[in-house]
Design a protein around this ligand. Sequence first.
Ligand code: SAM
Ligand code: DTB
Ligand code: SF4
Length: 333
Amino acid sequence: MSLAEIDPAAFVENDGLRHDWRRSEIMELFALSFNDLLFEAQTVHRLYFNPNQVQKSRLLSIKTGGCPEDCKYCPQSAHYHTDLPAEKLLEVQAVLAEARAAKDTGASRFCMGAAWRNPKDRDLDKIIAMIKGVKDLGMESCMTLGMLTKEQASRLSEAGLDYYNHNVDTSEEFYSEIITSRTYQDRLDTIDHVRESGMNVCSGGIVGLGEEREDRAGMLMTLANMKQHPESVPINMLVKVEGTPLDNNEDFDVLEFIRTIAVARILMPKSFVRLSAGRESMSGEAQALCFMAGANSIFCGEKLLTTSNPEVDEDDNLFARLGIYPLEMPLNE
Ligand code: SAM
Ligand code: DTB
Ligand code: SF4
């Protein structure tokens, strides 16, 4: 595809968005010259977003380690020997204290993650109290608790949960190389339950798993061809953790990571694309290119779920150098 053939307006017809991407088209976007791809992504980005505003979410692991799933990238899986001690579900007040601290550092959304295959119904009362407490602080709430039944999704939605994160992680074809304890279809089913419950969908994936570009294109095709694009699309760069099977993977090319962000932005023009895990190993300049490519959300705070993330001061400094400011409270994602 030459640059001349890409008309930004063609991506957005009557305020409708495309949901019929072919992988070959996505591969053509990936193959553009870097400058052409970034220019297109930034052009599409400006149709719907202020290019200098970036939303900040803060993560907290509310139930750490000992997870029965076998995701090969994950330090929390009980299948691998990482140094992470398993803990039980945190108390509501401890979670809310962290949420208050997150708000003080400028986060507009508080994301709570649990290392579960799925939540047990008996845990939901505590989970619901956490959601209500975060709402009362005036923050947006997000949870990622594994697979959900339709009923569980409805209960979380009724409690006021704004977002549910459940990633497709990679392409359908590559998926079984990374996770065998649940299927791609299981993930799509949970995402459907979240969508039907009325909550916003947060779904993305990871690069650097050892996948090919075709798989990155396939992952984005799955997301972009959903009936409704996820409102939030986290793109994670693998954080290598000792003891996990992917610890010895080659370092991933940051320019290819930036391309992945740019293609996500072009395919899903109205979604918040989150520059997620992996920022700690990226230079400020690389992150600046991610923002140029259309990333407009980050995880802030010195910790992700179990691994480290840039310090708040470092991010504040980068934002100041780039003339970027945080989105206080997203109006309507
Ligand atoms: N257990 C829940 C689940 O898997 O749905 C929620 C938490 S899980 C940690 C959320 C996401 O974090 C995963 O789907 C994966 O995309 C990302 N993730 C986990 N470990 C990672 C790592 N080492 N590097 C980058 N991303 C990672
Ligand atoms: C997502 O896509 N990335 C976040 C969030 N959703 C839950 C998690 C990143 C985890 C990185 C590894 C860790 O800190 O354990
Ligand atoms: Fe468990 Fe989630 Fe980690 Fe997979 S990614 S092992 S489901 S915590």
